[in-house]
Design a protein around this ligand. Structure first.
Ligand code: CMC
Length: 428
């Protein structure tokens, strides 16, 4: 018998098993707590709650470690590419040549969306946020494939996964094209996954479009770095919604909405707004940091802080370096990058941020790269969503394969009034 934790309630002692992960993380298994003691656990924001066992990414927030299926993020960033990482996350192993060719061919083959679906974007206002468009469109995709939506059928799952990874780029690009009033560009399957995304976003029918390899590599890198991050808000949403056994498209659509919020993936858009506001108002970095410390409205230091990373976010280090490389190669001088560097330097030495262990996160520098290649801020989080897609799907798949699979259903502590009687309207 393994280690146990003892809990003493009303003078009686109960034993609860301790489970341990492969990296030595330990948890108290409280599943029998309620039946044995009548107690539940209470943990706002699930800050100390393990919702599942997972073999996909590993994070050590104190050491600044992130690995996908055991492989350090730094190695994947340097040596791999996004679709290979997607395969790794989905299947649990690195593909051999034959497996990768099959995957690549299938993803490439599924990039087009139904011709009628183009009208969907036309129904939205010009300034529709791409995240709203993407989430609605991904949910609506299920209506085109009613025959392959069973989350327990392997063939249905495979084709839905490939369709999603392929078509999300087309959907995001169409959402963008609609917002700028340009014609939709059909996918070009002779291009790479990222090359095609760039072509669909920035190409137009009047001119030829050459994919810039520097930009292609930079976006591929950003997609790798965003590909999974264990039980964050959007991944947990995908799991929770998916746990009702709804189809994959519906669960992913919910994940996109969760990602949109400024505390989560929407922070990348907010970072650029913050940097731009500082530039426009001629504020110094120190002035803004002081406002953030006072908690002035609209003055949170966006792109800083993380629930899990309390030392540094390894993704942020890689992105910062890439940011300098890409801007130099493109010959772009960015005032926003200068402000970001100044803010980081000030905050990393300031007691407020040091004591609270707040460091730049994945969203702090990514927007500077997106901006430098001409992407409007409203599209930043949609690009994050494309990157996070394989992770969400891998989490969804893992949940369905889990022998402990159950519908997600947290409990609560009721704090409302005690039983009261109904008062008829005329007597109130
Ligand atoms: N600027 C100023 N103060 C901050 C910040 C910040 N960016 N982040 C946290 N704090 C303060 C917070 O006010 C609190 O102070 P006090 O103890 O005095 O009340 C303390 O630090 C602890 O913060 P918290 O909000 O309780 O921490 P959390 O784990 O609940 O929230 C967070 C994490 C990421 C939501 C938060 O740090 C934040 O709002 N950051 C800015 C938004 C952001 O960059 N989000 C992206 C997160 S990473 C990518 C992703 O998830 O997609």
């Amino acid at each position: 018998m393994g280690d146990t934790a003892r809990i003493c309630v009303d003078g009686k002692t109960f034993e609860l098993p301790i489970v341990e992960g492969t990296e030595g993380e330990r948890a108290i298994d409280i599943r029998k707590l309620r039946s044995e003691t009548g107690l539940i656990t209470l943990d706002s924001g699930y800050a100390n709650t393990g919702s599942c066992r997972s073999a996909i990414p590993f994070i050590d927030g104190d050491q600044g470690i992130l690995r996908y299926r055991g492989i350090p993020i730094e190695e994947l960033a340097e040596k791999s590419n996004f679709l290979e990482v997607a395969y790794l996350l989905l299947s649990g192993h690195q593909p051999n040549r034959e497996q990768f060719d099959y995957f690549l061919k299938s993803i490439t083959h599924h990039t087009m969306i139904h011709e009628d679906f183009k009208r969907f974007f036309g129904a939205l206002p010009k300034d529709a946020h791409p995240m709203a468009a993407c989430s609605a469109a991904i949910g609506a995709l299920s209506t085109f494939y009613p025959d392959s939506l069973d989350p327990r059928d392997e063939r249905h799952i495979e084709i839905s996964v490939h369709r999603l990874i392929a078509k999300t780029t087309t959907i995001a690009a169409y959402a963008y094209k609609h917002s700028v009033g340009q014609p939709f560009m059909y996918p070009r399957n002779d291009l790479s996954y990222v090359g095609n995304l760039l072509y669909m976003m920035f190409g137009n029918p009047c001119e030829s479009y050459e994919v810039d390899p520097v930009i292609e590599k930079a976006i591929d890198l950003l997609l790798i770095l965003h590909a999974d991050h264990e039980q964050n808000c959007s991944a947990s949403t995908v799991r929770l919604v998916g746990s009702s056994r709804v189809n994959l498209f519906a669960a992913i659509s919910a994940g996109i909405n969760a990602l949109w919020g400024p505390s989560h993936g929407g922070a990348n858009q907010e970072v650029i707004h913050m940097l731009q506001a500082i530039a426009d108002q001629g504020m110094t970095g120190r002035e803004f940091v002081e406002r953030a410390k006072r908690g002035d409205p609209g003055a949170r230091l966006m792109g800083f802080g993380h629930r899990v990373y309390k030392n540094f976010d390894p993704r942020s280090k890689i992105i910062k370096k890439a940011c300098f490389d890409v801007l130099e190669k493109l010959g772009v001088h960015s005032r926003l990058l200068e402000i970001a560097v100044e803010l980081e330097e000030i905050a990393l030495k300031d007691d407020y941020f040091v004591e609270r262990r707040l460091y730049p996160n994945v969203d702090f520098y990514s927007g500077v790269i997106y901006s430098a290649i001409g992407t409007p801020p409203t599209m930043f989080t949609a690009l994050f969503a494309i990157g996070r897609l394989p992770g969400w799907i891998a989490q969804w798949l893992e949940m369905h394969q889990d022998p402990d699979f159950k519908i997600g259903r947290p409990r609560q502590i009721y704090t409302g009034p005690p039983i009261t009687s109904y008062v008829p309207l005329e007597d109130r």
